[in-house]
Ligand binder design. Structure first.
Ligand SMILES: *Cc1c(COP(=O)(O)O)cnc(C)c1O
Length: 390
């Protein structure tokens, strides 16, 4: 009997080491990693420059706490502010913590404007994390059930529907912010239309609401831009990051611009571990390698290639509803549940994910090449074909 709390139905495989886009189990069998630990292992496994940066920092100092200046945190803040064209950053350890910071910031912003019961608009099918506030913001009952009473102050609307938000604007004077993923990840790789995002940006500006983007999954190069919203020519007021930022060393960030700047004052928010020297060294190395190796352009090119290859190979199958996504954030939606594909892929030496029951989700490391993609297509297509013709 394991002493681990029973929070995951884990697959019966354990990886001993990794090399680039490959993971190796205890028997030496190798698996093509098309999931990257859920969009986390940006640089693949055992990247020599990343390993070197982490090892060097570990041998110097790992943690000092936010009671003191942390030059690497300041450097990472400068770098992210420059890349995102935003002004301030709060560092934490995970995606839900980054969203907790966004939610607290929005509420404080509301109170500072004299709104005593601030409300935040959130989306159906969204995912923002598993803490009480973020599961309350999440648009999936399965995540919430059993944990009531939920945190109040969220107003839910359908995703990608500006009319629904306009209606809330007319009827609810307590709204202070809108929180959404520009591309819903757990919800099934749903990409918001550019027109919707731009209208929402305008509406937020007109209403004095904070536009808060959860880029925990789609940010840090995954879509071929540093941040997904940059492809739409807009800038949010608040943005949360985590997953891919430290290539596997836990780090999250909440960025602020415009009206969200200087909302937090000393004593309003904090963290013991957040932004420690080790995590910041990993994130700085990740960003540097993404830039030096031109991996954003590669994500665009390889992502397009993967979608094209699957579209060609699956074109005769009616059960394939849609192949969509942006860069290396890819969803293949089938007309039926397909959770079994995950373990069949493992048997075939391939790591994938299924989300929203019928969407095959691919989130490969950003070092993925066209040759790796050919292996992915070669291994996955027969499984999809067998599943749909069974
Ligand atoms: C994974 C995810 C989170 C939660 O991140 P954790 O690090 O697991 O807390 C929040 N938002 C989005 C969009 C995510 O994909």
């Amino acid at each position: 009997m394991s002493h681990l709390m029973n929070t995951y139905g884990r697959l019966p495989v354990a990886f001993e080491h990794g090399e680039g886009v490959w993971l190796f189990d205890e028997s030496g069998k190798r698996y093509l990693d098309a999931l990257a630990g859920i969009a986390v292992s940006t640089l693949g496994h055992n990247h020599p420059r990343l390993v070197e940066a982490i090892a060097r920092q570990a041998a110097s100092v790992i943690h000092t706490s936010n009671l003191y200046r942390i030059p690497l945190q300041e450097a990472l803040g400068d770098r992210l502010a420059e890349l995102a064209q935003m002004e301030q950053v709060f560092f934490c350890n995970s995606g839900c913590e980054a969203n907790e910071a966004s939610i607290k910031l929005a509420r404080l912003y509301g109170h500072q404007k004299g709104i005593e019961q601030p409300a935040i608009i959130v989306m159906e099918q969204s995912f923002h994390g598993r803490t009480l506030a973020t599961l309350s913001a999440t648009g999936n009952r399965k995540v919430q059930v059993g944990f009531e009473p939920l945190v109040s102050g969220f107003v839910r609307v359908p995703f990608d529907d500006i009319g629904a938000i306009n209606k809330v604007a007319e009827s609810n004077p307590n709204v202070v912010a809108v929180l959404l993923e520009p591309i819903q990840g757990e919800g099934g790789i749903h990409v918001a239309h550019a027109e919707y995002m731009r209208s929402l940006r305008d509406l937020c500006t007109r209403q004095g609401w904070l536009m808060m983007l959860d880029e925990v999954q789609c940010g840090v190069g995954r879509t071929g831009a540093w941040f997904a919203h940059q492809q739409l020519g807009i800038r949010p007021d608040v943005m949360s990051l985590a997953k891919g930022l430290g290539s596997g060393v836990p780090i999250g960030a909440c960025l602020a611009a415009g009206p969200a700047v200087d909302v937090f004052k000393p004593g309003n928010h904090g963290t013991t571990f957040g932004g420690n020297p080790l995590a910041c060294a990993a994130a700085l190395a990740t960003l540097q390698i993404l830039e030096d190796d031109d991996l954003l352009a590669q994500a665009t090119k390889v992502g397009d290639y993967i979608r094209r290859q699957f579209a060609d190979a699956l074109s005769d199958l009616e059960g394939v509803r849609d192949i969509r996504g942006s860069g290396l954030m890819i969803g293949i939606e089938l007309d039926r549940p397909c959770g079994e594909l995950v373990s069949r892929a493992i048997a075939a030496g391939l790591l994938i994910n299924v989300t929203a029951e019928r969407v095959i989700r691919l989130l490969p490391p950003l070092v993925f090449t066209e040759a790796d993609s050919d292996v992915l297509v070669e291994r996955l297509v027969p499984l999809i074909r067998a599943h749909l013709t069974a």
